[in-house]
Design a protein around this ligand. Structure first.
Ligand code: NAD
Length: 499
């Protein structure tokens, strides 16, 4: 059985807490490795070493730090196949999707190559007689990132690359369900030239997360995961005086207007609803057709597409649309929620409950499900299912559809399908959701924009990647400097103002 420890001071280190967690191969249902779960003492020691190494890293000029990122990009490309294989083996997503996971992270590393530009400060020449004023962006010291299982390459890269290039040391606490890829990323960063101790990967669960939140040396914490844990981490991290940003769960709606191209909308819904088995925070989980006729025609188009979905192990390559879900517990929870939908009166139009795959009977596969006539009071609408289950809530009008999206507790992503520019523009302007697609089902912004939801999908005031990442991982220091010909007048006792 493979043992996965921690990455500390540039080396693989075995855990000493005596606690471990099982890492499954979701396609076969086998436990393929055990990952160490760090204790508070292990976390604190790794943070102390990171803090000791950080000043020398911060003193290196930004261009040289950017060159480490440049080399890292090359190594990610070189090892793309191996990274995707390791990712699929622990997560279950298909190989092309796993490559997308690495690629979307890699693009943020590319953005970080521009660090010398992003870290440039501001300068005012002659703010007063003989006075110059300038602002610098300085590293915050030691930052930490706590990441979810569903993007084991992308989200650690979104966190670590900007933190590191800004001159910080970084403590990564990846998901204990798929820890191998984050360890491989650490090895590649070392090969790219990152000094030892600047990136520590500490595997663990709640114990190590609590240790991060209570550690006095860590000054900033970034989290991505489910909303209850996001709220907990935000509250405890802020109470301990840290800068905290937490990204939580989602319930993403797609409005389908009567004038939409319904074939296009149905294709988009199937890809966005069932890709990665629905385990994406930007998956569309609620279709909202406007008008009964639109709804009837949409369901007619969705059913054959969903019934034709190919579900299988990542080893089947491109022949598979989506793979298993991540754990037996995830599978059980999805099927439990499907049952509540049936019990509460939703119409199960495509029933994936009996799904089984020959040769992979112990894998965590879940067949595709489509619900029609879902109402907002049902559990399948209220809760994030995070599985291959698309629900349909019929709306009588555009305003009713918009209100549904606006009233939902989550606000990560949303989309509208229409040929009407006026409706699309109105939707984008009024909806209280962070990322909006117009005829685009999964509107994940590219690396140079920022990523973040509204409402219960995000806590804290800055988004991930793009310019916000450089703000989150730096502090501003403003210097007012006077080199007068001589301070002959003596002290000044009133606050200086510009007249
Ligand atoms: P999760 O909340 O269970 O776990 C996320 C991280 O928190 C993991 O590292 C885990 O070890 C840690 N954790 C779990 N329980 C904890 C506890 N009680 N105390 C302290 N730490 C704890 O999330 P997940 O199942 O790994 O990921 C799926 C969730 O993440 C979904 O809700 C999804 O919508 C969300 N997500 C959101 C975004 C976004 O950007 N908004 C992106 C990806 C995933």
């Amino acid at each position: 059985m493979d043992q996965i420890g921690h990455w500390i001071n540039g080396k693989h280190v075995a855990g000493t807490s005596g606690r471990t967690a099982d890492v499954w191969n979701p396609a076969t249902g086998e436990v393929q490795a055990q990952v160490a779960l760090a204790s508070k003492a292990e976390l604190d020691a790794a943070v102390a070493d990171a803090a000791a190494a950080q000043p020398a890293w911060a003193a290196i000029n930004p261009q040289r730090r950017a060159r480490v990122m440049m080399a890292f990009v090359g190594l990610l490309h070189r090892d793309m196949e191996a990274l995707a294989e390791a990712l699929s083996r622990e997560h279950g997503k298909t190989i092309p999707d796993a490559k997308g996971d690495v690629q979307r992270g890699l693009e943020v590393v590319e953005f970080c190559i521009g660090a010398p530009h992003h870290l440039k400060g501001e300068f005012t020449d002659s703010a007063g007689p003989g006075i110059d004023m300038y602002s610098m962006r300085q590293p915050i010291g030691v930052a930490a990132g706590i990441t979810p299982f569903n993007f084991p390459a992308m989200i650690p890269l979104w966190k670590m690359a900007p933190a590191l290039v800004c001159g910080n040391a970084f403590i990564l606490k990846p998901s204990e369900r798929d820890p191998s890829v984050p360890m491989m990323l650490a090895e590649l960063l070392q090969e790219a030239g990152l000094p030892d101790g600047i990136l520590q990967v500490i595997n663990g669960d709640k114990d190590s997360v609590d240790a991060i939140l209570d550690n006095e040396t860590i000054s900033a914490v970034g989290f991505v995961g489910s909303t209850p844990i996001a709220e907990y981490i935000y509250a405890r991290g802020c109470a301990n005086g840290k800068r905290v940003q937490c990204f939580g769960g989602a319930k993403n709606h797609m409005i389908i207007m009567p004038d939409a191209d319904l074939d296009q909308a149905a294709d988009a819904l199937v890809g966005a609803g069932f890709g990665a088995a629905g385990e994406r925070c930007m998956a569309i989980s609620v279709a909202v057709p406007v008008g009964e006729e639109t709804a009837d025609r949409l369901i007619e188009k969705l059913v054959p597409r969903i019934e034709a979905l190919k579900v299988g192990p990542y080893t089947s390559g491109k022949d598979v649309d989506y793979g298993p879900v991540v754990t037996p517990m995830a599978k059980e929870n999805i099927l439990r929620l499907v049952q509540t939908g049936v019990d509460q009166g939703a119409e199960l139009v495509v029933d994936g409950r009996g799904f089984s795959l020959q040769g992979y009977e112990d894998g965590f596969f879940v067949g595709p499900h489509l619900f029609d006539r879902v109402t907002p009071d049902m559990d399948i609408y209220q809760q994030e299912i995070f599985g291959p289950v698309l629900t349909t809530v019929r709306a009588g009008s555009y305003e009713e559809a918009l209100k549904l999206v606006m009233d939902n507790q989550y606000g990560n992503g949303t989309a509208i399908y229409t040929r009407d520019g006026d409706a699309a523009r109105d939707f984008a302007a009024r909806v209280n959701v962070g990322m909006v697609g117009v005829n685009v089902p999964i509107p994940v912004p590219l690396a140079y924009h920022t990523f973040g939801g509204w409402k219960k999908s995000s806590f804290g005031d800055l988004n991930q990647h793009g310019p916000d990442a450089f703000r989150f991982y730096t502090k501003t220091k403003t210097v007012t400097s006077r080199w007068p010909s001589g301070i002959k007048e003596g002290g000044e006792f009133t606050i200086p103002v510009m007249e």
